[in-house]
Design a protein around this ligand. Sequence first.
Ligand code: TYM
Length: 425
Amino acid sequence: MSGETEAVNAKMEDLKVGETSQASEQNNAAEDGDKEDVVDPWTVATSSSKGIDYDKLIVRFGSTKIDDALLERFEKITGHKPHHFLRRGIFFSQRDLHLILTRYEAKKPFFLYTGSRGPSSTSMHVGHLIPFIFTKWLQDVFDVPLVIQLTDDEKFLWKDLKAEEANKLAYENAKDIIALGFDVNKTFIFSDMNYIASCPEFYRNMLKVQKCVTYNQVKGIFGFGDSDCIGKISFPAVQASPSFSNSFPAIFGTKKDIPCLIPCAIDQDPYFRMTRDVAPRLGYPKPALIHSTFFPALQGAQTKMSASDPNSSIFLTDTPKQIKTKINKYAFSGGGTSVEEHREKGGNCDVDIAYQYLTFFLEDDDRLAEFKEEYSSGRMLTGEIKKELITILQKMVAEIQERRKTVTSDLLKEFMTPRKLNCQS
Ligand code: TYM
C-alpha cells in the first residue's frame, strides 16, 4: 500500500467516528424501531397529522435544539430581538451557532451560505422562501458576505431536463431570490454550471472533498443505489464546497479560515454532516448550521410543500384569485365538520394548515395568539381564519411579484459576478 493510500484510508476511518456515522447509525436505529418520519434532501414524510417529530429528528441527526439561553445570547450579542421564525421555533436546530456568535462578538469575519436547486418548471413556492427570508434577516443583522449557490447541475442530474434548460432556470430562480430584497453589495449568487467552470479554487475544493469520501459513505448518507448515475454520487462535493472561504477568491482572496453559517431547512443537513466531517481533514473550519422546520403542504403537515405537486403549493407566480381558491379548496382544516360542532368543540390549531401558515407569515405575536385563542375556542370559523391567511399571502406574493419586475438583466448580472463584497466584516 502506498503512503498516500494509507493516508486516505486513515482518513476514511476518521470519518467513521464523525458526525456522519453517528447520524447514519441513528438513522438505522430509527429505521429499525420508528419508521414514521422520512427526512432527506428528496423526501419529507410522516404518518402523523401533526407533522414531523422535530425533537426526535434532532436526536437522530445529532444536532442541537435552539433553546431560550441561545436566543437570549443572540439578542444580547446582536442587539436584535430574535426573528419570529426563531421565537416560534420555526428555526429550531443548529450546529455551532454559538461559535458564530462568539466570532461576531469578537468582530472576527464569517459569512453566510445558502442555496437552491429551485423548481424544474414554474417558480419557487412559498416554502422555499423560508430559508431565504431568514437569510436576508441574518444578512441585515450581521452585515456579512452572503453566497447563494444555485445548483443547476443538481437539477440537471435529478430531473428530466436538458443542461441548457436547467442553467436557464437557475437565472429565473435568481430573479425570485433577488426579489426578496437581498443587498447587491453584500451578496454573490452563482450558478454551479457557470461558476465552477471559471473558478479553479472551487473545483480544487470539490476534488479534495471527493477524495475524502468513499462511495460506501455517500451511499450510507444519501441512500444512492447502483443504478444512480455517477453525477449524483459526486454531487455532494459540489454542495459542500461553498462552505469553504477559499472557494470564493474574489470575495475572500486566499483566506481559508473564514467559517460560514448555513441557514436551510433540515432536509439539507446530510450534505453538511458530510462537509463537517471532511472540513478539519482539509484544514478548513466546519460550517455552522441553523435549520428550519418544513413549511407544510396545503393538504397537511404529513409532507412539505413541494413544487412537483402544484395543488400542494402556493407559487410566487400565483394570482390573488389562485391563492384564494387554493387555500379555500385545499388547505387542510382542523375545524369541526359543521358550524355547530366547531362552535362546540373548537378548532385544532396543531393540524390546521391556515393556522400553521399564519405562524410563518403573521409577524404580530399578539394577533397570532388572539387567532389561536379564537379558533381553538370555536368562536372563529375555518372560513374566517383562512380569510386572514389569504389576505396576508396575497399581499406578500404581490409584493414579491412587483419587486421581481424591477430585477433588470444588469442587476442580475451584478449579483452573479464574482467580486469583492462590501460588508463591515
Ligand atoms: P431546494 O431548492 O430543495 O430548497 C431551497 C431551500 O429551501 C428549503 N426548503 C424548504 N424550507 C421550508 N419548507 C419547505 N417546504 C421547503 N422546501 C425547500 C431547503 O431546505 C433549502 O434550504 N440542494 C439544495 C440547494 C442548495 C442548498 C445549499 C440549500 C445548495 N447549497 C446550501 C441550502 C443551503 C436544494 O435542492 O434546495
